[in-house]
Design a binder for this molecule. Structure first.
Ligand SMILES: N[C@@H](CCC[C@H](N)C(=O)O)C(=O)O
Length: 267
């Protein structure tokens, strides 16, 4: 199986081109591919497939590193677009379909900007870690997020080695939790616990949710927010129609792996 590795601000993916629909991806194969010691390593897998949906030539088949599926992945869209552009499968403007709906990526040199669609505000909720409860704002970016505003020292110290406890009735399929720190008026820094992948160096839908939360909690429905993640810097813009995510996306290496050679991690 041929693959390409890529990342967007450190959120890294194994990209598998499957134009004929012949690759049999399973949750256990995805988990084995994403294992950083027993496999290639990655926060998720992006399978490149032709889209059956009108308006998009390509479908981003996104899988989390534990083998679960998600509706959307913002950095995934940017890396997926970089792959399509670099391999000549697409031009500078790339409409693509995801489980969360159509998105369009724009290749602008080193940056890839994505129309992330309009966010949906789902109301207040909480995340609890080691008995401490953090209030947050629930936002759907196609996939579910909970943005908790915290002081810098809390964000630095919070234990994200396991999933925060969250409201199962609001988030029946789990949630991605962002800990957002105010750096300045339109500047946030965040850490994230991603559903299905654990703590990652970046989350594009999460950064977009953080930017949206920063704007709406200050009474605005439009603006641009810089969001720093452990792996770099993203720009989030909200306007009357939609939200936007911009940042770098790079392909790092290619390779070939025999799925049969992947040994299951013991335990
Ligand atoms: N890293 C992604 C989000 C990936 C999906 C997420 N873990 C989920 O299960 O919803 C991003 O860049 O948005």
């Amino acid at each position: 199986m041929k693959f390409t590795k890529g990342h967007g601000t450190g959120n890294d993916f194994v990209i598998i081109e499957d134009l004929e629909g012949t690759v049999e991806l399973t949750p256990s194969l995805v988990a084995a591919l994403c294992d950083r010691r027993f496999g290639i390593g990655g926060d998720g897998v992006l399978r490149v497939q032709p889209s059956a949906e009108p308006g998009a030539a390509w479908f981003m088949d996104y899988w989390n590193s534990d083998g679960s599926l998600s509706e959307m992945c913002g950095n995934g869209v940017r890396v997926f677009a970089r792959y399509l552009h670099t391999t000549g499968l697409a031009g500078d403007v790339i409409p693509l379909s995801t489980r969360g709906g159509l998105r369009t990526a724009y290749v602008e040199g080193d940056l890839i900007r994505v129309d992330m669609a309009a966010p949906r505000l789902l109301g207040d909720s909480t995340a609890t870690i080691h008995g401490v409860t953090y209030p947050g704002l629930a936002i759907s970016m196609g996939n579910p997020h909970l943005v908790c505003d915290v002081p810098a020292e809390v964000a630095a110290a919070v234990d994200l080695s396991r999933a925060p406890d969250t409201d199962g009735s609001l988030f029946p399929a789990g949630v991605n939790v962002e800990f957002s720190v105010r750096v300045a008026e339109d500047h946030r820094r965040m850490r994230v616990y991603e559903r299905g992948s654990g703590e990652t160096m970046s989350c594009g839908t999460g950064a977009t949710a953080v930017g949206v939360a920063a704007l709406v909690t200050s009474g605005r429905d439009a603006g641009t927010v810089t969001v720093d993640v452990p792996g770099g810097r993203l720009q989030v813009t909200l306007d009357e129609q939609t939200s936007w995510l911009a940042g770098p996306a790079v392909l790092t290496f290619t390779g070939e792996i025999d799925p049969g050679s992947l040994v299951r991690r013991p335990g």
